[in-house]
Design a protein around this ligand. Structure first.
Ligand code: ADP
Ligand code: MG
Length: 695
């Protein structure tokens, strides 16, 4: 049996370890940095580095790494050992404050969107002291931000930290008007992570999964998710062993893995941690994804984090539960028992409403990827239209205020199970709405449009920035009001802004066609594809927003847009190339073999004057599909050529979506039909049933 409290955080250089091992003044100075965001001095850095090294060596570390999150979407690390030459042939283990604070990976091959040319490849990593270092696989991992020689951001962490500062400043400014002066205000996030587990030996037989992370072919299995028997179902032993192992590894690293269950699709599961400050939640989520894959290897499984590994069953998402709270522990999105008198809550809530409406485009594009395009709007995830669910109670309150009437608080009704022995429970005053992209769930917002593979820094930068900006606008106005007029001024803002932005509020079914039409009538954006969403990134309003809050410069915004467009084109190009190759080298040869079998059979039967009618029919069907598939491969190659001929990244991305993706779907259709009629022993790949039902 695992002793969880003992195991938890045992590989983390956390507050408790620091308190034990750091000289008092150094510990205090570091805590001050963590709490207030003040910079750190070189003496403090030296003191921390020395204690950190001794501790890491005791935990078996021989190397350290500055761990960072470049624009590739995955984390990056380069290991340096602690060894340093000493007298004679000896070595000693050394680690200085300078090495802790700053690293200089030769980082010329990371995407920079033109911010850096290869000949001036300098990139620096800078320690993020607010996220704890940890030891994994005999390496001391130091969470860092990654910036260029001239200070431009090259990663996802730096802008996240900047957005946190912007939000903290803006929220503190607003709270001051309510007579509160916390040290810091931070966004907290709990990301729920979905994933698939499939047997490793079958994975190895699927080049599409190996190369692209998803199946490019695969006929719909006779049994998918239609019986809903997997969702929350009892967990198979092999999967449970995996989950236990995963929890243990995560707990050692101080990740608060809390909830685990089976998800809707067969072989799909979820892990949710307890929420934490957003930069830590981001590091932990990246770590969780890495450990999920690593632990799977030990169990002869493969963990798939692609947003849509299998067509026809649900893909995987990641729900980003977001709230803001003060260093005094107050959640600013907590309505409390007396909603109607909670002016502060209403101001913050209204700021979020306005922020989401004004920056629908940023929220949408922050979750855009080739993989996520398969999910949004496919009745398994929210549509590409961004809207907000507030629930009846809060909508009622805002509607009442907007119409100038008095609001009276609601009370939750008693729920009865009709069984005497079951205790009475009170109903929540708002229900859940599982179809909304951005839902208020009691004391937090749940942003549900994220794909499973996404780095959560992306959407949180946008939410933090948008909300900070609106809070600043509100403060500009409220700071001018005299104390006696403050309440009336705040109510006037709430009323005015709710009326101006209520089009973003939708409490109904986001999966329905009626909503698409209604959203269109309301003038909400419906950005269906990644290239279309990304085209909004550098709109003047967005460039100005990031510039005002010192999150990105104009140049950095353009660089990010270019990196994402280019990445999209590359992903589609790799998928199309893989598809052509597999069709030509594996699928068509198998189908041709089958058609030869049929042709032989028809010829022999006809020679004997026996009935060959059905075999002839089958032969015709197979032949036709072979012709169509081959023609579609040619078409796919032509579409790829058209992309190359397009001028500019946006045009290339548009052509990738409009031409290449469309032909890939057509080609897949023929191949999937062939799979359903070709004998299993001839078909080159394991089927969906093999992959999904046999763990
Ligand atoms: P559900 O699947 O019902 O949405 P889960 O329990 O799977 O709920 O996940 C909810 C997530 O929301 C958890 O990660 C939880 O820690 C997080 N969460 C709860 N309260 C807050 C909050 N105030 N701020 C941010 N995240 C929160
Ligand atoms: Mg959940």
């Amino acid at each position: 049996m695992t002793n969880v409290p003992e195991l938890f955080g045992s590989m983390v250089f956390n507050e408790q370890v620091m308190r034990e091992r750091l000289p008092k003044e150094i510990f205090k100075a570091l805590q001050n940095t963590v709490n207030t965001g003040e910079p750190i001095s070189s003496e403090v850095a030296d003191g921390v580095a020395s204690a950190m090294k001794d501790w890491a060596i005791e935990k078996g570390a021989t190397h350290y790494t500055h761990w960072f999150q470049p624009m590739t979407g995955v984390t990056a690390e380069k290991h340096d050992s602690f060894i340093s030459p000493a007298d004679g042939c000896a070595v000693i283990m050394k680690f200085s404050g300078k090495q802790l604070i700053k690293g200089e990976p030769d980082a010329s091959s990371f995407p920079s969107g033109g911010l850096r040319s290869t000949f001036e490849a300098r990139g620096y990593t800078a320690w993020d002291p607010t996220s704890y270092a940890f030891v994994k696989d005999s390496v001391l991992y130091i969470p860092t931000a990654f910036i260029s020689y001239s200070g431009q951001v090259l990663d996802k962490k730096t802008p996240l930290l900047r957005s946190m500062d912007a939000l903290s400043k803006a929220a503190k400014r607003m709270l001051k008007l309510f007579g509160k002066t916390p040290d810091r205000v931070t966004a907290s996030v709990g990301p729920e992570q979905e994933y698939f587990l499939i047997p490793r030996e079958l994975y190895k037989k699927r080049p599409d999964l190996i190369i692209t992370g998803r199946t490019l072919f695969g006929a719909k299995p006779p049994k998918g998710q239609e019986l809903d028997d997997h969702y929350f179902g009892s967990i198979k032993t092999r999967v449970l062993r995996y989950m236990e192992d995963l929890d243990n590894e995560l707990w050692k690293l101080g990740v608060n893995a809390k909830t685990r269950h089976n998800e809707v699709a067969p072989a799909q599961h979820e892990l949710a941690p307890i929420y934490s400050t957003v930069n830590i939640a981001t590091d932990h989520n990246q770590l969780t994804m890495a450990i999920m894959k690593q632990v799977a290897e030990r169990h002869d499984l493969v963990c798939l984090l692609h947003e849509k590994p299998f067509a026809g069953v649900n893909g995987s998402g990641k729900h980003n539960n977001w709230s803001i709270s003060t260093s005094d522990g107050e959640n600013l999105l907590e309505p409390g028992k007396d909603l109607k008198n909670n002016l502060q809550f209403m101001v913050f809530l209204t700021a979020v409403i306005k922020a989401v409406d004004e920056h629908q485009d940023l929220l949408r594009l922050s979750v855009a990827s080739a993989g996520n395009d398969h999910r949004l709007g496919a009745n398994e995830a929210p549509p590409a239209i961004i809207s907000m669910f507030l629930g009846d109670e809060i909508t009622d309150l805002l509607e009442t205020l907007a119409s100038g009437k008095e609001y009276s608080n609601r009370v939750g009704n008693k729920l009865s199970t009709g069984v005497q022995s079951v205790p009475e429970i009170y109903e929540d005053t708002t229900d859940r709405n599982r179809t909304s992209p951005f839902a208020f769930t009691g004391n937090k917002f749940e942003f549900r449009s994220l794909g499973s593979a996404l780095n959560i820094a992306c959407p949180n930068i946008m939410i933090n920035a948008a909300v900070a900006d609106v809070l600043n606008q509100f403060s500009d106005e409220l700071e001018k009001a005299k104390p006696a007029e403050f309440k009336a001024a705040a109510l006037a803002i709430i009323k005015r802004e709710y009326i101006a932005h209520k089009r973003i509020v939708f409490n109904g079914d986001n999966y329905s066609d009626a909503w698409v039409a209604e959203a269109n009538r309301r003038g909400l954006l419906n950005l269906k594809s990644t290239p279309e969403a990304l085209s909004y990134y550098d709109l003047p309003k967005n460039v100005e927003l990031f510039d005002r809050l010192k999150i990105y410069t104009d140049k950095e915004v353009h660089a990010r847009k270019d990196i994402l467009l280019e990445n999209y084109c590359k992903v589609i190009n790799i998928e199309a190339g893989t598809m052509s190759e597999l069709v030509l080298k594996q699928i068509l040869p198998a189908a041709i073999q089958f058609s030869t079998m049929l042709a032989d059979n028809v010829a022999k039967l006809t020679a004997l004057k026996a009935n060959a009618a059905m075999q002839t029919k089958m032969l015709t069907a197979v032949s036709e599909l072979i012709q169509n598939a081959y023609a579609a491969v040619q078409k796919l190659n032509d579409a790829q050529t058209a992309v190359k001929a397009a001028v500019g990244l946006q045009a290339e991305a548009d052509a990738s979506y409009n031409q290449v993706v469309a032909v890939m779907q057509e080609l897949r259709g023929y191949c999937d039909k062939l799979e359903t009629i070709t004998p299993k022993d001839l078909w080159p790949f394991p089927s969906y049933s093999d992959l999904l039902l046999y763990v």
